[in-house]
Design a protein around this ligand. Structure first.
Ligand SMILES: Cc1cc2nc3c(=O)[nH]c(=O)nc-3n(C[C@H](O)[C@H](O)[C@H](O)COP(=O)(O)OP(=O)(O)OC[C@H]3O[C@@H](n4cnc5c(N)ncnc54)[C@H](O)[C@@H]3O)c2cc1C
Length: 416
């Protein structure tokens, strides 16, 4: 079943009786060539690219809950490729290029909206560092625009420019950045992968790995044993727990990140605004709600809900940046499980267990990475070599000292 404007009109005129489920609900087979653990954005995108680019169709995605129940359905939907370091920038730019053609590729409306992102500048030193970052973005074709205070004020007049503690001196803008509908992304990849023969199996928790002579043979699950030639793990905040079942300890901590949405308002915020000095970011959804967030909760946790100190901290950040937000009523808040790596950058690599591959450590920013992560992880699984844009994301980089510390915060996962 393809989607088109014509189809929507036809269904509207015939009582919407022609729509079917977007993907099948198959029982697990005894054996697959490749099993992906985790039906979040990254797992689903990996399965899609395995089938589409590498011709691997005997693939299953195993999801312990329901599809979209993890971070892919909980994030604040920001997509961007405004990175500095050579290990990161080309990878995120690859992702941005995928976003730009995603809806055509998947034949699915994931509401990709390139409404722009502005990172605010609060000091002269920060302007210097953002200018450097902008140059790095230009080198990969990501595009960057340095805004002075007047240009910024014209775009977003409602900010508190003269806050004594965080005066706003300008901004670094990426006009190609923006937002995409997070669960539409999961559904789009699931539907497209399913159509190419991938089995998406929900309510199927991986409870162990069968490893013989250092080689993975399959996975134990809540729905029985499933054999696999290769296993790729993409379980985001559950990375530590799942990889421990294979005897591996990761340089990752899990933390809760909360997000918030207000009642629907008339359009007021044109794009995404990030307030690095106080760590607060905000955009406005197509329904009108202000969607915003801030820091992770300050303790390790596997709970998908957070605590009140961060709620207070985020509300303070919002008030410092744009006092008018105090008039909006908060509708909902929620939390997701973040896989915070020691340098703030991801890991996409083989593991010491033959046939077992790992994708994780996405920290605050894995949603925007979803397409590229799926692409390069599929490349690694299919060819056993890292993709050109992901050669730096090695598991052993922490032992070698080759960190990709985008924020310059050191081995402090809570600060990335
Ligand atoms: C509040 C919040 C805001 C965010 N905002 C942004 C943003 O604006 N921009 C951005 O780029 N990123 C953002 N992120 C980060 C981003 O959402 C994540 O980095 C990314 O979604 C993680 O990858 P995923 O989609 O594959 O994860 P998930 O959707 O969490 O997928 C992992 C899946 O693995 C499953 N699983 C776990 N254990 C097992 C098991 N044993 N067996 C089978 N399945 C298992 C889980 O149920 C889950 O569905 C945000 C995250 C949160 C929580």
């Amino acid at each position: 079943m393809g989607f088109s404007g014509f189809r929507v009109i036809k269904e509207a005129l015939t009582g919407h009786r022609g729509w079917g489920p977007l993907w099948r609900d198959p029982a697990p087979r005894a054996q697959y060539d490749i099993v992906i653990v985790g039906g979040g954005g990254h797992g689903l995108a990996t399965a899609y690219f395995l089938a589409k680019l590498y011709g691997r169709h005997r693939v299953a995605v195993l999801e312990k809950g329901w599809l979209g129940g993890g971070n892919i359905g909980r994030n604040t939907t920001i997509i961007r490729s405004n990175y500095l370091l050579p290990g990161n920038q080309p990878f995120y730019e690859l992702s941005m290029q995928h976003w730009e053609r995603q809806e055509q590729d998947l034949n699915f409306n994931s509401m990709v909206s390139q409404r722009g992102i502005i990172n605010l500048i609060h000091s002269d030193a920060q302007r210097d560092s953002f200018r450097r970052r902008g140059n790095s973005m230009m080198l990969t074709g990501a595009g960057a625009r340095l805004l002075d205070r007047d240009a910024l004020r014209q775009m977003v007049p409602f900010l508190n420019y003269d806050n004594a503690r965080f005066p706003i001196k300008g901004g670094l803008m990426q006009t190609r950045a923006g937002t995409a509908r997070h669960d539409g992304v999961a559904w789009g990849y699931a539907r497209a992968a399913d159509r190419m023969g991938v089995d998406i199996i929900q309510n199927c928790e991986v409870t162990g790995f069968r490893i013989e002579g250092g080689q993975v043979r399959g996975v134990e699950t809540s729905r029985g044993y499933i054999g696999a030639g290769k296993v790729g793990v993409a379980v985001a905040g559950s990375s530590g727990r799942v990889m421990a079942m294979a005897g591996l300890r990761l340089p990752i901590e899990s933390h809760v990140l909360q997000a918030f949405v207000t009642e629907g308002l008339k359009p007021v915020i044109p794009g995404v605004i990030t307030f690095g000095a106080g760590h607060f970011y905000i955009s406005q959804s197509d329904k009108g709600g202000l969607v915003f967030g801030g820091d992770i909760d300050g303790y390790n946790s596997y709970a998908q809900r957070g605590n009140l100190p961060v709620v207070e901290d985020v509300a303070e950040g919002g008030m410092a940046l744009m006092p008018m937000i105090g008039r909006a009523r908060l509708l909902r808040s929620w939390g997701g499980l973040m896989d915070m790596s020691m340098d703030g950058s991801p890991i996409i690599d083989r593991t010491p267990v033959e046939g077992l591959y790992f994708n994780g450590g996405w920290c605050y920013g894995g949603f925007k990475a979803t397409p590229a992560s799926g692409h390069v992880f599929a490349h690694l699984l299919a060819t056993d070599t890292p993709h050109d844009t992901a050669t730096a994301f090695r598991l052993d980089r922490f032992a070698r000292g080759h960190l990709i510390d985008e924020r310059g915060a050191g081995a402090q996962p809570n600060l990335h």
